[in-house]
Design a protein around this ligand. Structure first.
Ligand code: AP5
Length: 215
C-alpha cells in the first residue's frame, strides 16, 4: 500500500498517519517531522528550512523533494509508505509522480481529511508535541496522563512555535492557495477519497480503513 494523507493544518494527518502506519505496517513519512528533526539537529537543510517554517510558509520545493527522494531510498519504505504533509503543491505532486513513474511504482490512494476551520483552530491552539519522540497530544481532546510529559517516552511536551495564532492564520492561507488544488489533481487521477476529519480519531481511522478495504 502506498498512500497520501492530504488535509489542512490540524486536520489530524499526523494523528491518523501514526495509527494507520502501525495497523497497515507502512513507513510513515511526515515531511514536517523530517524538517523539524533537521532543525533540531542543526543540519544545513534545517538551517535553510527554519525561517520558512516559523513564518508558516512552505519550504522551497527543491529542498523538500530532495529530502523525500532520499527518504524513499531507505529500506523500510519497501513494505509500503504513507505520506503525511507531502505533496503540498502542484509542483511537488508532479515531482512525486515523476519519481514514482521512474521507479515503476503505483500510488494506491489519496485520503483527503476534510476539517472545518473552527475545529482546526481549536486543535492547533491546544496541541502539545513531544520534543523527544514526536507524539502529539491535545490539552483537552487528548490530554497526556501527566501534565507536560509524554505518555510514550517521558519526554517534555511543548507548543510548536508555528501553532501561534498569527502563524496558524498564515498556514491556513498557504493551504488554501497552494495545497487545496491537490484535491482536484488527485480526483482527476481517480485516486481521491474524502473523509470528514471533524470526528473522534477512532471514528476517522475506521472510516479510512473501510475505504481502503473497498479498494
Ligand atoms: P507539518 O508538520 O506538515 O504541519 P501541517 O500540515 O500544518 O499539519 P499539522 O502537523 O499542524 O497538523 P496535522 O494535520 O498533522 O494534525 P495533528 O494530527 O498534529 O508542516 C509544518 C511546516 O513544515 C509547514 O508549515 C512548512 O513550513 C513545512 N513543511 C512540511 N511539509 C512541507 C512540504 N511538503 N513542502 C514544504 N514545506 C513543508 O493534530 C492536531 C491536533 O489535534 C493535535 O493536538 C491532536 O492531538 C488533535 N487531534 C487530531 N485528530 C483529532 C481528532 N480526530 N479529534 C480531536 N482532536 C484531534
Amino acid at each position: 500500500m502506498r498512500m497520501i494523507l492530504l488535509g489542512p493544518p490540524g486536520a489530524g494527518k499526523g494523528t491518523q498517519a501514526k495509527i494507520l502506519a502501525k495497523k497497515l505496517n507502512l513507513a510513515h513519512i511526515s515531511t514536517g517531522d523530517l524538517l523539524r528533526q533537521n532543525v533540531a539537529a542543526g543540519t544545513e537543510l534545517g538551517r535553510q528550512a527554519n525561517d520558512y517554517m516559523h513564518k508558516g510558509l512552505l519550504v522551497p520545493d527543491e529542498l523538500v523533494s530532495e529530502m523525500v527522494g532520499n527518504r524513499l531510498k531507505e529500506r523500510d519504505t519497501e513494505k509500503g509508505w504513507l505520506f503525511d504533509g507531502y505533496p503540498r503543491n502542484l509542483k511537488q505532486a508532479e515531482s512525486l509522480d515523476a519519481l514514482l513513474e521512474r521507479g515503476k511504482i503505483d500510488l494506491d490512494c489519496v485520503i483527503d481529511l476534510d476539517a472545518s476551520e473552527p475545529v482546526i483552530i481549536q486543535r492547533l491552539s491546544g496541541r502539545l508535541a513531544c520534543g523527544n519522540c514526536g507524539a502529539n497530544f491535545h490539552i483537552k481532546n487528548m490530554p497526556p496522563r501527566k501534565p507536560e510529559i509524554c505518555d510514550n517516552c517521558g519526554g517534555r511536551l511543548y507548543q510548536r512555535p508555528d501553532d501561534k495564532e498569527e502563524t496558524v492564520k498564515k498556514r491556513l492561507e498557504v493551504y488554501k492557495k497552494e495545497t487545496a488544488a491537490l484535491i482536484e489533481y488527485y480526483r482527476k487521477q481517480n485516486k481521491l477519497q474524502r473523509v470528514s476529519a471533524d470526528l473522534e480519531p477512532d471514528i476517522v481511522v475506521d472510516k479510512i480503513l473501510r475505504l481502503l478495504k473497498k479498494k
